[in-house]
Design a protein around this ligand. Structure first.
Ligand code: FA5
Length: 340
């Protein structure tokens, strides 16, 4: 029996060397290691052998099975390597330098927003988020802009199918949300977010853009606080020597209202094409919170005062980096985005 098993082994090994592909290898495996193979038959019939021979023959048969399995695995590896060497991928030159990995970066609007958040955080203002989808009541009425008020013309509006539901045209409705949440505590928040206006898209105006609103409410807050705080912001944002000026303006939710200009940092006030030869650049609208708005937010206007402002980060980035057209911001053109 032992002699027979040994002969079978030699036979199997020499056939294995002739197996030239995976199909031949599969056939070999079933012939020499399958159920019907002489080896497996011998292992199956161990019980019928005389007891004295059984252990020796059993051990040998198992050794042969293990060595055939190992030889089969080795042959399979050789064949796989040969197959790989024969494919075109074999000409791969592993010494070539790898492909450069593209590094992502933050969008210019996000970079500008983060800078603005950081400055206001240094001055003690927290970020307060309010919804993009608003009601006419919050976006207009509670801000002292009743239906049919001519000031509504300043904010061309996207209306939802549900009456009274709109996309916010500015971040100012967040003032009411914040006041109603904080009242009667003092407030110092900035309210960033996307705004939507149904207006003509031009180099300066988009239908969707960011705003950052600011709101401070407390006792004895005066216009001088507004001027000082906003001038400080301008210096931190645009440089320590940046001059500011405040021009009278009108917003129904602030009284008095103003617009803040900064001294043109390109020409230092001498006049250039960016500042349209005025020496000044407008960057935000602001004012003292109107008593009616304070009241709508839950504060007693005889006791509390406050200031508010609203700026457009894309317009600020345009000024800072000399970007000529606001449409680049959302055009997804990498040639533009990769510059920042
Ligand atoms: C407002 O929206 C007021 N809510 C701002 C305000 C808040 C005033 C609190 C007083 C107190 P205005 O419409 O001017 O104001 O917009 C503010 C800023 O948003 C502008 O200075 C500009 O930077 C930006 N902005 C307005 N419209 C667009 C637009 N279509 N595309 C890009 N940016 C815009």
């Amino acid at each position: 029996m032992l002699e027979l098993l040994h002969k079978n082994k030699q036979q199997a090994l020499s056939e294995l060397q002739r197996a030239a592909d995976s199909t031949a290898l599969k056939e070999w495996r079933s012939r020499h290691l399958g159920k019907e193979s002489a080896l497996m038959q011998a292992l199956g019939s161990l019980g019928s052998l005389p007891a004295a021979e059984r252990p020796d023959i059993g051990r040998r048969a198992n050794e042969i099975r293990r060595s055939l399995k190992a030889a089969c695995q080795q042959r399979a590896d050789e064949l796989r390597r040969a197959e790989l060497d024969a494919t075109p991928a074999a000409v791969l030159d592993v010494t070539l330098p790898g492909r450069p990995v593209q590094r992502g970066r933050l969008h210019i609007a996000t970079q500008t927003l983060r800078r603005i958040y950081a400055i206001w955080a240094e001055m003690g203002f927290q970020v307060y988020r309010s919804p993009d989808v608003e009601t006419d009541e919050y976006n207009f009425e509670l801000l002292n802009i009743p239906a049919h008020h001519p000031a509504r013309d300043m904010w061309d509006t996207f209306h939802a199918d549900t009456p009274g539901v709109i996309l916010r045209t500015h971040t100012s409705p967040g003032q009411i949300h914040a006041m109603r949440e904080y009242c009667p505590e003092p407030i110092r928040v900035i309210l960033p977010g996307m705004c939507y206006r149904y207006e003509q898209i031009t180099a300066r105006s988009e239908i969707q853009f960011n705003q950052v609103e600011g709101l401070a409410v407390g006792k004895n807050i005066r216009f001088t606080d507004l001027k000082g705080t906003l001038s400080d912001f301008a210096r931190r944002m645009f440089g320590a020597s940046t001059g500011t000026r405040f021009r009278a303006s009108h917003f129904p939710f602030t009284e008095p209202s103003a617009e803040m200009d900064i001294e043109c940092f390109l020409c230092s006030g001498d006049g250039c094409s960016v500042c349209k030869h005025t020496g000044w650049l407008e960057i935000l609208g602001c004012g003292m919170v109107h008593p009616t708005v304070l009241q709508n937010g839950g504060y007693d206007p005889r006791e509390f005062t406050g200031f508010a402002f609203g700026m457009g980060p894309e317009r600020i980035a345009m000024l800072k980096y000399g970007i000529e057209d606001i449409r680049y911001f959302w055009g997804n053109d990498l040639r533009f985005l990769e510059q920042f």
